[in-house]
Design a protein around this ligand. Structure first.
Ligand code: PLP
Length: 431
């Protein structure tokens, strides 16, 4: 399998190159040359995401250096449960697909762990470690640090803005040490991103250190995300004989895009609905046909505060006319006020404590038509509510229990260096 750039001005590359490059040299995003059609009978013995992933991702890795390692890469990436849990509904069957049982309690653990498992193997025979640079406003950096921590021949440098991430998020960014360098930047998230961009463009630094990225446009994060949609829909199909519809909390559209890919390959997925916060370029595009990304707006569902969702380029590449996209997906925007109400209401009505991101999906589900709701739906839960306790606890009126994996991280000692928001400070720290 080869991968082409959405811009179409760069040569096609293999699986490993697409992962290592992250973004294509023409500025486009890598997409598979074609989507293999799956035969559901090939999955007769596959139940867990690791088993489903091994079969489903094989065509993408075929002919690459990682082909033979794919089964163990999948085992390492899908090392925690991803349950599909039934919850109360007045209409048809309703489930929640809980993606937050990994080390940092958000779905980004899946993609980060798959990428780390690949990168470690791709660097086995290199003299110098590969250095992964990540600028983060919260969840991504923690997931990437956790995934690469302790992996041979790799190193992670995480930059985050001082005073602008939550206490628990900061702890997740700084509890690692060893091959993880945590840098608290005396600036904002844009400064962190600019410094990373400047570092990639700096010839001197690139001579001294082999740099790579792990951001959410990397194909090595998207492909494994398609696996949990495949596994959940396949298991549901076998149990209930029906397609499963999904409501997906959406920001940069990586998670949603992965579901579209799984459906395209032939897994028994019904409707795909994106729930956004007040950043609404995707719902607006589907409504008007005009793509007008803008600056991001700060909301309660902060991990979805994306004004210009990068993966829209992949979706538009697949579905170039708005009419086609409307047939494939829909999208609705949810206000902060409605996020708050949903968190309070579902604590009572469904006995579920949502994080602010997952609450957007629950709100959108409740707003669907009765005929839609008569079908089988899964709300995608992207993070554990304990990560956002300052928002959630006042709304539900009790402390949110911290999952064990997260509690362990919060107890570890802190390793962090403070730096000024200039490239020289980053270069000194990295070298
Ligand atoms: C990153 C994130 C999202 C948004 O996912 P995208 O792939 O960017 O659309 C939603 N919820 C949580 C908790 C996240 O960390």
């Amino acid at each position: 399998m080869k991968f082409r750039s959405t811009v179409g001005q760069a040569p096609m590359v293999g699986f490993c190159e697409a992962l290592l490059q992250g973004i294509a040299p023409d500025g486009g995003l890598y997409v598979p040359e074609y989507f293999p059609d799956v035969e559901l009978t090939d999955f007769a013995d596959a139940r867990t995401p690791a088993q489903v992933g091994t079969i489903m991702l094989a065509p993408f890795a075929r002919g690459s250096e990682l082909e033979a390692s794919l089964p163990v890469i999948c085992q390492e990436a899908f090392s925690f449960p991803i349950p599909l849990k039934r919850i109360p509904s007045d209409s048809g069957p309703l489930y929640v697909l809980e993606l937050f049982h990994g080390p940092t309690a958000a779905f980004k653990d899946v993609g980060a762990r798959f990428l780390a498992a690949c990168f470690e193997r791709l660097n086995r025979n290199q003299q110098a470690p590969l250095t992964i640079l990540v600028a983060t406003s919260g969840d991504t950096g923690g997931a990437v640090a956790a995934a690469f921590h302790g992996r041979a021949n790799t190193r992670v440098v995480v930059l985050f803005p001082k005073g602008l991430v939550s206490g628990r998020q900061e702890k997740q960014l700084c509890c690692w040490g060893d091959n993880v360098l945590s840098l608290r930047v005396n600036g904002n998230f844009d400064d962190c991103q600019r410094m990373v961009k400047e570092a990639f463009a700096n010839p001197e630094l690139n001579q001294a250190v082999r740099l790579s990225s792990a951001n959410s446009i990397n194909l090595g994060r998207l492909l494994p995300q398609a696996v949990y949609y495949a596994a959940a829909s396949l298991n549901y199909w076998r149990a209930a004989g029906q397609k499963l519809n999904f409501v997906i909390p959406t920001g940069n559209l990586g998670n949603g895009q992965a579901c579209v890919w799984a459906k395209t390959m032939g897994f028994p997925i019904g409707k795909i609905v994106f729930a956004t916060n007040e950043n609404r370029p995707i719902p607006d595009y589907l409504e008007t046909g005009d793509w007008s990304p803008g600056a991001s707006i700060a909301t309660l569902a902060s991990a979805m505060d994306v004004g210009n969702p990068s993966n829209m380029e992949r979706l538009r590449d697949m579905l170039p006319r708005v009419e086609l996209m409307r047939e494939a997906v829909s999208a609705y925007s949810v206000s902060d006020e409605n996020i708050r109400q949903q968190i309070s209401r579902d604590e009572q009505a469904r006995g579920e404590t949502w994080c602010p991101h997952t609450a957007t999906a629950a709100y959108v589900y409740d707003s669907l038509s009765e005929s839609d709701k008569a079908q089988s739906w899964a709300l995608v839960a992207t993070a554990h509510p304990a990560k956002f306790e300052t928002i959630v606890e006042p709304l539900v009126g009790h402390p949110v229990e911290i999952p064990e994996a997260l509690a362990r991280l919060l107890d570890l000692p802190t390793h962090v260096s403070d730096i000024e928001p200039v490239l020289e400070a980053l270069v000194d720290a990295v070298k």
